[in-house]
Design a protein around this ligand. Structure first.
Ligand SMILES: C[S@@+](CC[C@H](N)C(=O)[O-])C[C@H]1O[C@@H](n2cnc3c(N)ncnc32)[C@H](O)[C@@H]1O
Length: 257
């Protein structure tokens, strides 16, 4: 889709052969180089989320935290096309790096995502794309501010910020409390993080935690307001007994980022 020599941030080839990039301000890659950029989006986020979603849902509203290179959003569209799922899908994705999103038409996406070139072009120009069944909106600005004024309810959340160490304010207990207010009763939250402070934050705000069916990617966590997902539940009370010092990340300890 794009030519790598036109893309101004550092490109990194990942182990599935697809490209990610390295953020100099966060000093971290946008994807796991081991899991692979496209593979991570599909296996860690899109496929488990749609597999767990109630089949009778006619329309699906997705929160993609945050847009970054757009892989999770594009991989969702790829998945819907591949699986011949003709639901109405709205994807909303906060992102504070507007320059990055403007540059994405030049990003060297893998062949699988070429069909969605017009989506990335529209998003980079107008911040949105709309067709008969698909709506994609990138909301430029801070994800937490977006959540505080958002009136939508989400069926799926791809929790895919930079790592808790580098991007802690998108992993605190207060952040998850705000997120929880926007979840439908059987919403699926997917994340690559299995860190205890992240799980504690999700658990203490009332979400149930599960081990994902991680085939072909490292583990992570699935969270939901529903106690009935057909997955192995993570026993957080047992984890607390074994590790009494386990605690969530808190806003007050991470005011700089
Ligand atoms: C790991 S990358 C997301 C990768 C993306 N999901 C993808 O599939 O390409 C994290 C993104 O979060 C953005 N970000 C970090 N903190 C943010 C915040 N508070 N509000 C909005 N965007 C933020 C960064 O600019 C970066 O693009």
């Amino acid at each position: 889709m794009g030519r790598s020599e036109d893309f101004s941030i550092d490109l990194v080839k990942t182990e599935d052969g697809t490209f990610t990039a390295r953020s100099s301000s966060f000093d971290e890659c946008y994807h796991s180089t081991k899991d692979g950029a496209l593979n991570e989006s599909l296996k860690k986020h899109v496929e488990p989320a749609f597999a767990l979603l109630p089949k009778d849902k006619e329309s699906v509203t997705i929160l993609d935290i945050c847009f970054g290179l757009g892989y999770n959003t594009l991989a969702t569209l790829f998945y819907l096309k591949r699986e011949k799922i003709f639901k109405s899908v709205k994807i909303v994705s906060p992102e504070f790096d507007e320059e990055l999103v403007k540059s994405l038409p030049n990003f060297p996406y893998p062949d699988e995502l070429h069909d969605f070139k017009e989506v990335i072009e529209a998003v980079s120009l107008y911040g949105r794309y709309e067709s008969e069944l698909i709506e994609v909106e990138v909301v430029f600005g801070d994800a937490r501010e977006f959540l505080s004024r958002c009136e939508l309810t989400f069926d799926i959340v791809y929790q895919d910020a930079f790592s808790p160490k580098k991007n802690p304010l998108l992993w605190t207990k207060e952040y998850f409390e705000s997120l929880k207010k926007h979840l439908s009763k059987d919403a699926i939250v997917t994340t690559y993080s299995s860190a205890t402070p992240v799980r504690m934050g999700m658990y203490e705000c009332g979400l149930f935690l599960y081990n994902p069916p991680s085939k072909g990617v490292r583990s992570g966590t699935i969270a939901s307001p529903s106690p009935f997902l057909p997955l192995e539940k993570i026993d957080m009370e047992l984890k607390k007994l074994r590790n009494p010092a386990a605690a969530p990340l808190l806003d007050k300890d991470h005011q700089n980022r």
